[in-house]
Write a new protein. Structure first.
Length: 282
């Protein structure tokens, strides 16, 4: 488990792949990982269950395809967040994996609707899905992937421009076990869409920069009173003191609330009096 470009060189990874044939988990965030090293890892380590290489921008189609041509059977977790040189066609090869439960594709800008359609035809065991920042996907392709994986409990759609209230209605009907949802930056989401979602036992909800208003906050307070632990309203222009007070007062398990950039919220001491252990980020 390494982080930082200078910590992992290609030569070190080549040595690792030669010596650690039984390696089952590899986490290399922001590391100097290139095609040669990943190709060697694919050829020499056949027991990887977790491959997490977020922000390793040196990885391209060449090594990514070679990895999925060699070893896929037991992979359960794949994180290629921010690997923007990997093409949509190469990402489609994830469908060769029969058992992934966690898939992180955030900010892979080359992902298109066809990519998600291909994945939805093969993947059906996902529990965690992160496609934040994927702006070239359609609502139909996202819903196809979610429909194929109805047991997803953690979902990030942050800054996915196609997310609307209508999409949230479909998600509410499809993902009955949803617990963690990130909708930050989904500017088309309003209180109408939130009212569909709150009928599920959501424990963490990020609504930063959405168009939620008092109506949506009331729905959250009423329906998530026994489950909600974390919520974010960062830069939600219509959220005010009364919105937050209602949620803090009714949601007894609430541990943390983020309200950066909410200019109509000023009565912070009142929230602390309602819940002495509450962490306020502002």
């Amino acid at each position: 488990d390494c982080k930082g470009g200078d910590l992992v060189s290609a030569s070190l990874l080549l040595h690792l792949s030669a010596r650690c044939r039984d390696l089952n988990s590899l986490h290399l965030s922001l590391c100097n990982l290139g095609d040669e090293a990943l190709t060697q890892l694919a050829q020499r380590t056949h027991r990887l269950e977790q491959l997490c290489i977020p922000m390793c921008s040196g990885v391209s189609d060449t090594s990514f395809r070679s990895y999925f041509n060699v070893t896929t059977d037991i992979l359960t977790c794949l994180d290629i967040t921010g690997c923007y040189h990997i093409s949509s066609v190469a990402i489609s090869q994830i469908s060769l994996c029969p058992n992934p439960t966690s898939l992180y594709l955030g900010n892979c800008n080359q992902i298109h609707s066809d990519t998600l359609q291909t994945l939805s035809s093969k993947l059906n065991k996902l529990l965690i899905l992160d496609i934040r920042g994927c702006k070239n996907v359609s609502s139909d392709s996202v819903m196809a992937l979610l429909a194929a994986n109805p047991h997803i409990h953690t979902l990030s759609l942050s800054h996915v421009s196609m997310v609307t209230d209508k999409v949230l209605e479909q998600i509410a009907r499809t993902l009955l076990s949803l617990h963690v949802l990130d909708l930050s930056g989904c500017i088309k989401v309003t209180s109408v869409g939130i009212q569909y979602l709150v009928k599920h036992p959501v424990s963490a909800l990020d609504l930063g920069s959405t168009a939620i208003s008092f109506r949506g906050c009331c729905a959250i307070a009423n329906y998530l009173s026994t489950t909600l632990k974390q919520i974010s309203f960062n830069f939600c222009s219509d959220v005010n003191d009364e919105c937050v007070r209602k949620i803090v007062q009714k949601c007894k398990k609430l541990e943390r609330i983020s309200i950066f950039g909410c200019s109509y919220i000023r009565n912070f001491d009142a929230f602390s009096r309602l819940n002495a252990s509450l962490v306020l980020d502002f």
